[in-house]
Design a protein around this ligand. Structure first.
Ligand code: GDP
Length: 532
C-alpha cells in the first residue's frame, strides 16, 4: 500500500503514539535514534558521546539535532515503519524535567520504559511510570545495555515488581556469557535469535534463528550455555506469569524485552513486537462520553504550551493531540472553553527530518498551533458545535517551592498578570495561604529550572524583578474531605496549609514522615499527589 491509498480509517489504525520513559542515561536517546534508523528516517547512527555540560539543559532531541546533524524538535517525532505511522513523544529529563514531562504522557497511547540493566529501576522512571499506571496505558519494558555487565535477569524482574508494583512477562530471554550479549530466546516464536553484525550499532544488525533444540546452537553457544538457557526457559514457563494480552493492554502486566540500543541487538524484534501488541488511538473520555477516534468530526486537546524564550518572538506554540476526525490546514474549529471560533492557519508537524507546515493530520498525531495567548493546558478544540470537553489534565506534584513577590510594589499588576499567564501555560503552580490576598504567593515547580524560567520571563516580558525565597518543602498533597477547616485540621510543625488557584486545600510537606503523621491524625482526609 502506498501512502496515498490509505483511507481515513487506515490512517487512524496505523498510528502508534507513544512516549519513551526512563531515567537519564538509560539509553532513551540512543533507542529513539535506532528506531529512526530502522524506520529508514536516518541512514546511519552516530553515538552519543559527551554528556550535557551546559548550565541550561537542552532537550535530548536538540542534542540529537546538534550531534548528528538531523533536524528534530523538542516535542514529537513522526516517522513510518512498515505500515505504521509512529509518533514518539519526548519526555525531557535531566534539568529540564518539568511538569510538561508528566503532561506529555497524557497525550500518549502507550509507553516504552527503558531500564539500564546494571541499575534497575531508577527514580525518574518510577515517577513517570506512576503517571502511565494512573492512565492505564500499556507499558513495554526494554532492558537496555545488555552488552555490558548487569544484574541477573531474574533479579531485574523482581526489581520491577517490587519497586513499580507491576508484574512482567519476558517476551525474550537474554543469552549472555561473560558480558558478551549473543542473542535472545524469543518466547513467542519459540526460537533462538543470535545477533551479529550491525557495525557497532551503525547499521542494522543480522540474526541467526532456529529452534532451541537445534544442534547448531550447541556449537554456536557452547554446550553449557545452551543447557543453561534451556533450563532458564523451563523455569520461566513453569514459575512465571502467562502472556495475557488483556492485562498488557490495561497496563497491569508489562512485556519485557532484553536488548542493546548501542549495538542494535534486539532493537528491531522489540520494535516489531511492540508495534504489533500495542494499540492504535483508542476512544477518549469526555463530558459527552467516550469519543471514537474513527468518528468523522475533528477534535483534540492541548497538552502542552511552549513559549518562545527569545524576546523578539513572544509567540507560543500550543501542542494539540488529535483525538478524532481528520485535521486539515486552515480549518476553523471551536475553542470550547473560550466559546470562540479559531482558525488553525499555520499548523506545524514534526517529522523525523523536519519541522513542516502540515496539511492533514489524523488521530494520534500531534500538531503545534500558533498561540496568541488564548490557549490553556487541557483546552478542547472541536469541529462541530457540541460542547465536547476532554477530561482535564491533572496537576502533578511539584517538588520545589518558593515564596515570591515583586521587588517594586508599583509593578504588582504586571506581576500578577505574568504569574497568571505562566500558570496557564503550566510552567508553575500557584498557591496562597487561606484567607489572604495575592500579595505573597507560593509557587511550586517540578524541576528547578522552572524557577529560572519564571524569573527570566517575568523580567523580560513583564518588567518585573522578583523576590524569591526558596521554601524547604518537597512534597505536596491535595486534601479531599468534607468540610475542610484549616483552623482545626491537625498538621505537624513543619507542614504548611495553602490552597491552589481552584481553592482546593493543599498541604506542603518537608518529608514523608510528616505525610504519614498527618494522614494518621486526619483519618477522614484523603491525601492525593495529583489533582484532577
Ligand atoms: P538518555 O539520557 O536516556 O537519552 O541516554 P543516552 O541514549 O544519551 O545514553 C546514555 C549513554 O549510554 C550514552 O553514552 C550511550 O552511548 C550509552 N548507551 C546507550 N545504550 C547503550 C547500550 O545498549 N549499551 C551500552 N554499553 N551503552 C549504551
Amino acid at each position: 500500500m502506498t501512502k496515498e491509498n490509505y483511507s481515513f480509517i487506515d490512517e487512524v489504525r496505523r498510528r502508534r503514539t507513544f512516549a519513551i520513559i526512563s531515567h537519564p542515561d538509560a539509553g532513551k536517546t540512543t533507542l529513539t535514534e535506532k528506531f529512526l534508523l530502522y524506520g529508514g528516517a536516518i541512514r546511519s547512527a552516530g553515538s552519543v558521546k559527551s554528556r550535557r555540560s551546559n548550565k541550561h539543559a537542552v532537550s535530548d532531541w536538540m542534542e540529537i539535532e546538534k550531534k548528528r546533524g538531523i533536524s528534530v524538535t523538542s516535542s514529537v517525532l513522526q516517522f513510518n515503519y512498515d505500515d505504521f505511522c509512529i509518533n514518539i513523544l519526548d519526555t525531557p529529563g535531566h534539568q529540564d524535567f518539568s511538569e510538561d514531562t508528566y503532561r506529555t504522557l497524557m497525550a500518549a497511547d502507550s509507553a516504552v520504559m527503558v531500564i539500564d540493566c546494571a541499575k534497575g529501576v531508577e527514580d525518574q522512571t518510577k515517577k513517570l511510570f506512576h503517571v502511565c499506571k494512573m492512565r492505564g496505558i500499556p507499558i513495554f519494558t526494554f532492558i537496555n545495555k545488555m552488552d555490558r555487565a548487569g544484574k541477573d535477569p531474574f533479579d531485574l524482574m523482581e526489581d520491577i515488581e517490587k519497586v513499580l508494583g507491576i508484574r512482567s512477562y519476558p517476551m525474550n530471554w537474554p543469552i549472555r556469557k561473560d558480558n558478551n550479549f549473543k542473542g535472545v530466546f524469543n518466547r513467542q516464536k519459540k526460537q533462538i535469535e543470535l545477533f551479529h553484525g550491525g557495525n557497532h550499532g551503525q547499521d542494522i544488525a543480522n540474526t541467526i534463528t532456529g529452534d532451541i533444540t537445534d544442534e547448531k546452537f550447541s556449537d554456536l553457544l557452547g554446550e553449557n550455555l545452551h543447557e543453561e538457557l534451556k533450563s532458564e526457559i523451563e523455569l520461566l514457563d513453569i514459575a512465571g506469569d502467562n502472556f495475557n494480552l488483556e492485562e498488557i493492554l490495561k497496563g497491569e502486566l508489562t512485556p519485557l524485552f532484553f536488548g542493546s540500543a548501542l549495538t542494535n541487538f534486539g532493537v528491531e524484534p522489540f520494535l516489531k513486537s511492540f508495534l504489533d501488541i500495542t494499540t492504535p488511538p483508542k476512544p477518549r473520555k469526555s463530558n459527552l462520553g467516550d469519543i471514537n477516534p474513527e468518528s468523522k468530526n475533528f477534535s483534540g486537546f492541548v497538552f502542552k504550551i511552549q513559549a518562545n524564550m527569545n524576546r523578539a518572538h513572544r509567540d507560543r506554540i500550543a501542542f494539540l493531540r488529535i483525538c478524532s476526525g481528520k485535521f486539515e490546514k486552515g480549518m476553523t474549529v471551536n475553542h470550547v472553553q473560550k466559546n470562540k471560533k479559531v482558525r488553525l492557519a499555520q499548523p506545524q508537524q514534526f517529522l523525523a527530518q523536519d519541522r513542516a507546515i502540515v496539511d492533514t493530520a489524523y488521530p494520534g498525531d500531534i500538531i503545534g498551533i500558533h498561540d496568541p495567548g488564548i490557549f490553556k493546558i487541557g483546552d478542547t478544540l472541536c469541529e462541530d458545535q457540541s460542547k465536547l470537553q476532554y477530561e482535564g489534565i491533572p496537576q502533578f506534584a511539584p517538588e520545589h517551592f518558593a515564596k515570591i513577590s515583586t521587588k517594586n510594589s508599583l509593578k504588582r499588576k504586571h506581576f500578577l498578570k505574568g504569574i497568571k499567564q505562566l500558570a496557564e501555560e503550566g510552567t508553575i503552580q500557584v498557591y496562597k495561604k487561606p484567607h489572604t490576598g495575592m500579595e505573597e504567593l507560593i509557587i511550586g515547580v517540578v524541576g528547578v529550572l522552572q524557577f529560572e524560567v519564571l524569573e527570566y520571563r517575568l523580567k523580560n516580558e513583564y518588567g518585573v524583578d522578583l523576590l524569591n525565597e526558596r521554601l524547604p518543602f518537597h512534597y505536596i498533597r491535595w486534601v479531599e474531605m468534607d468540610n475542610f477547616d484549616p483552623s482545626t485540621f491537625s498538621i505537624t510543625m513543619d507542614t504548611m496549609i495553602v490552597e491552589d488557584m481552584n481553592e482546593k486545600p493543599v498541604l506542603l510537606f518537608q518529608n514523608e514522615w510528616s505525610i504519614n503523621k498527618v494522614a494518621e491524625r486526619n483519618p477522614k482526609a484523603v491525601l492525593k499527589d495529583v489533582s484532577v
